[in-house]
Design a binder for this molecule. Sequence first.
Ligand SMILES: *Cc1c(COP(=O)(O)O)cnc(C)c1O
Length: 435
Amino acid sequence: MTQVPIVCAPHPPDWPVYDREAIRAASRLIAEGRTFDYARGDEIARIEDSFAGYHGGGHALFLNSGTSAILSALLALDIGPGDEVLCPATTFVSGITPVLLAGAAPVFVDGDPQTDTMDPEAARASIGPRTRAILVTHLWGHPADMPRLMNLADRHGLAVIEDCSHAHGARLGGRLVGTFGDAAAFSLGTGKMISGGTAGMLLTRDRHLYERACLLGHPRQRSRISVCDPDLAAYANTGLGGNLRGSPVAAVLAQSHLDRLDKLIARKRANLQRLSAGLSGLTGIEPPWTAPEADRGGWYGFHARFNPIALPGATREGLICFMKSAGARVAPATRLPLHREALFRDFRAGCLPDGLLPMRRGVAPPDHVPYCPVSDSIFDRTICFPAGVFHEACPELVDEYIAAAQAAVETFSQRAPGMTQSLRARFSRKHVKTE
Ligand SMILES: *Cc1c(COP(=O)(O)O)cnc(C)c1O
């Protein structure tokens, strides 16, 4: 397919990006040999206090990853062998594997057709006698339907853990994600909007839960400082076996993002709303839908969808291929809905290789086979745009992405094959035609 290059403006560097002050703060720690912290030094105390403060209070525990935050929450809630945890079919795998580490069984729940976050009705249908908790992801920055999920949890006596790793600063009805459930886990690593390279945060209003989580991953000094419950304090010296401490170097890097989180969200929102508005005028590629009462945050991912009914002449792969050769960094979704992954499939079937997860020995897998047609269908139709580059104002780049999508749609539409006159006129000044 020969075609006109359409996306020509430079892409900003992929997130995370650190300002000079953050780099100086990290360098200072390295120069002083302060690359670890057994206690609760200034850097750790500051990020925990400001993180809790941003969320209107509660206890924040800084950890070495989002995965550790989820594991801490599960174990602190006493979830283990014999228990089932409702999990979304679509999320990052490390959001769910801690359920297996805890010795419990994940039960996958289908997504809502618009956002692919956990569908409360499907969740209700998945509750059984062994269900103990709901572990829900605010997917790609869109809050899950927390009022209905909390209501469900209340009626059935379930704990709720929010995985906010995609959605720092997202709100539902004005209320921040991470403040609905019993505990919230945030990845503060990789390309997440608040990133210390590798780090995580546990947030909870439950002091007892916080102290148990602290004991799990922060033996000695830190637990002596933070664990006050007399029933737990005796174990501060040993902890409970984990080392889940975050580094102060990661803390100062993440702090630099947290300090300007609202500004970061606003800038990314401006770009991605412009992209959404542009795509919404096209037939066959649909921008991500946002509920009227929701404010996306974090923006970890911009997943548009191919609509094969609206554009019967096209395939998703064809559209992506066209846009890529026009210079757009688009891609199909690559992470399978988790109920289809070998680990969870074989776990459910009871045929994990010997010794792979010894803590699973003798624990019955969930009774029913998950059926998640909504998440499956969304996965097959997803077109991922590179959300990680849209963190600084770049309206020209956004417009070129829209134009690339428009050209792809027009090329595949049966009514008007090839590029339209308007597009030609728009780009012929800047770009060389090669067809
Ligand atoms: C990134 C991520 C995690 C894991 O966080 P790490 O910091 O990489 O351990 C968990 N859940 C979701 C939804 C994530 O995106």
